[in-house]
Design a protein around this ligand. Structure first.
Ligand SMILES: [Zn+2]
Length: 257
């Protein structure tokens, strides 16, 4: 059976029986993969206790007859991002990013840009330079683009009127059409939400340019809240259900209010 050695981020870990763990990784070279870590639960010595959520590992896996599941042979720690797991809110956001990737990407397809994006947001969560909410805006905008569902925020989806020429300050976003619509074209669509032009502009800035520039865009508290609300609805619409980690994030926010 062939062996694979590759860098991979732990997206999910579940107990399997009394002794084993099943891990879902997002790897650099093979995208999403699942592997069983035998005896990892029984003895922490087996893998040195490094099979933690959001850790970046160099893993050696062998394939089995069951194509869906590999066997984890060895793992070395590249980065533990330990600052995330010690913090309640950071853990909640990292779980949300992982759950989106897990729900939205197909197993085995190489997606190096998803790996780089996830690595970037986890690293930033770990070093605490950018607020969690802004990182979530960046992650969801960029992920939608990679997943091929980039929201159209620059022109009316129906008549192609540019955002700068739309007179109203609140612009409707139509989820079915996947883009903004001017008031004339909006009609009676029910699957929509309103966004202020200021927020739309910021989201467009996040979409373009490199990640370090995206992180420097200044969001007002109201535009973060609005942008985040929009992107969470957008992500939920495309995944087809509300993720458990998002429900949890919403509960935390309610408590903070
Ligand atoms: Zn229009």
């Amino acid at each position: 059976m062939p062996n694979y050695t590759l860098p991979a981020i732990v997206l999910r870990r579940v107990d399997f029986g009394d002794y084993d763990l099943i891990l879902t990784f997002f790897s650099l070279n093979k995208g999403k993969i699942s592997a069983i870590a035998k005896s990892a639960k029984k003895s922490s010595k087996r893998f040195g206790g490094i099979l933690e959520l959001f850790s970046v590992l160099q893993v050696v896996c062998s394939s089995t007859k069951d194509r869906e599941l590999m066997v984890l042979q060895e793992a070395d720690l590249i980065n533990s991002f330990s600052g995330i797991r010690g913090d309640f809110k950071k853990t909640a956001y990292a779980s949300y990013f992982s759950e989106i990737i897990n729900a939205w990407s197909e197993a085995g397809s190489e997606q190096e840009n998803i790996y780089r994006l996830l690595y970037y947001v986890l690293e930033q969560l770990d070093i605490c330079k950018i607020p969690e909410e802004i990182l979530s805006v960046i992650f969801q905008m960029r992920f939608a683009d990679i997943a091929g569902v980039r929201p159209n925020l620059s022109v009316c989806t129906d008549c192609r009127l540019e955002i700068d020429r739309i007179k109203e300050d609140l612009v409707a976003f139509d989820f079915i059409k996947g883009g903004i619509v001017c008031q004339k074209c909006a009609g009676m669509s029910v699957n929509r939400l309103f966004l202020s032009k200021g927020t739309i502009k910021r989201l467009l800035w996040v979409e373009n340019g490199d990640l370090s520039k995206a992180a420097k865009i200044r969001f007002t508290p109201s535009s973060v809240k609005e942008g985040l609300g929009f992107l969470e609805s957008f992500t939920t619409y495309h995944i087809g259900k509300e993720l458990q980690s998002l429900r949890f994030l919403k509960q935390i926010r309610k408590k903070d209010e």
